[in-house]
Design a binder for this molecule. Structure first.
Ligand SMILES: *[C@@H]1O[C@H](CO)[C@@H](O)[C@H](O)[C@H]1NC(C)=O
Length: 346
């Protein structure tokens, strides 16, 4: 029988409704499960397969220069290579906005700072030779210095004694920009996207700035804007330092067009809880080492205050097609077998 014959026979078949009462607990349970599945399907959009294991990569780059003028070392030019720590374009980085500089430190003997409680003394007996000053700068030599009321120590001398400038030295950091490149991938669905507009126009990224309404795909932010979006004042934060979180969220319904899968930015200050002023702020120290003509080492110590940026990426993707095939095929063949039974009238 050819294809036409098959068609002819099926045309002559008579199809009627048949109800099978399944007195089988297993089939009964399966049927209820099926109903539940339909509910999850239609109401809860449960047909979509979800992926929460977002793969992501972030690359950052800062731009901007500023001049500082300190009484100790004079004019200094700060470029991104100086004020970004670490400089390698990481997801978490620190931007120097203020600092205390202690130039020309050499290894030697000097008075411990009076700010360090365990370095204070009344007599030599308080300065046991060889003991380190707890939370201090060096090792006690056994002498109590009357002029300062502190122990003499072996250390990088003189020890830091400057005060934090009340106005941030790098106040112009407000106009520095961060470029955040973020690539995401939902490996299960082989979907990937980035937060940067795909364009062949070279000048686009040189001239655009992020705008949550008009330019979501220009990920270039002014530092001053980032801080003001957290509800704080940039110059206040720049003086003492602080921590800002940048959250990029990708909630993607991949049944829709890829243009519907867009990054959502939000900004928050992370180092503040209930205006507790002791814990807010952010600073650390580092030193630059040099050698003089005689080959002897000296260094400049910096205590830097600044803003730490943490870029966090979050997201999930949902996609239906695979699941429809998978589940529909399984349940429908189960039902097809039971709903229709071919009866031969010979
Ligand atoms: C930032 O740039 C604008 C425009 O060039 C300028 O008016 C402003 O003074 C700058 N802000 C700081 C803190 O330097």
């Amino acid at each position: 029988m050819g294809a036409a014959g098959c068609f002819f026979v099926s045309l002559l078949n008579y199809k009627t409704e048949k109800y099978v009462i399944a007195e089988n607990r297993k089939i009964g349970i399966l049927f209820r499960l099926y109903q539940l599945a339909v509910w999850v399907f239609v109401v809860k959009k449960g047909y979509q397969e979800r992926e929460e294991a977002l793969q992501t990569s972030v690359i950052t780059k800062l731009k901007g220069v500023t001049l500082t003028n300190s009484s100790e070392t004079g004019l200094q030019l700060w470029g991104a290579e100086d004020y970004v720590v670490p400089p390698n374009g990481d997801q978490v980085f620190f931007v120097v906005t203020n600092y205390i500089e202690t130039p020309n430190q050499r290894l030697g003997f000097c008075a411990e700072s009076f700010k360090v409680p365990s370095g204070r003394c009344q007599s030599d007996a308080d300065c046991i030779e060889g003991e380190t000053v707890i939370a201090g700068h060096g090792i006690k030599t056994g002498l109590c210095l009357n002029s300062t009321g502190t122990c003499e120590i072996q250390a990088w001398c003189p020890v830091e004694s400057g005060q934090r400038p009340t106005e941030p030295l790098l106040s112009e950091a407000e106009n520095f920009t961060i470029y955040i490149k973020n690539f995401i991938r939902f490996p299960k669905f082989e979907f990937s996207k980035s937060n940067v507009l795909e364009t062949s126009n070279d000048s686009y990224l040189k001239s655009c700035t992020y705008d949550s309404q008009d330019d979501v795909y220009c990920p270039i932010f002014r530092l001053g804007d980032l801080v003001s979006w957290t509800g704080y004042d940039f110059q206040d934060m720049a003086a003492k330092g602080g921590s800002v979180g940048i959250l990029i969220e990708w909630e993607c319904d991949l049944d829709k067009d890829s243009s519907q899968c867009n990054p959502q930015y939000s900004f928050s200050r992370l180092d503040m809880n209930l205006n507790n002023s002791v814990t807010s702020g952010y600073n650390f120290r580092y030193a630059r080492y040099y050698k003089d003509q005689n080959g002897e080492t000296f260094r400049t110590l910096y205590k830097v205050y600044g803003i730490r940026f943490d870029i966090m990426i979050n997201g999930q993707g949902a996609f239906a097609c695979d699941m429809i095939l998978l589940y529909m095929m399984n349940t429908s063949s189960f039902y097809r077998e039971r709903k229709f039974e071919i009866i031969n009238f010979k």
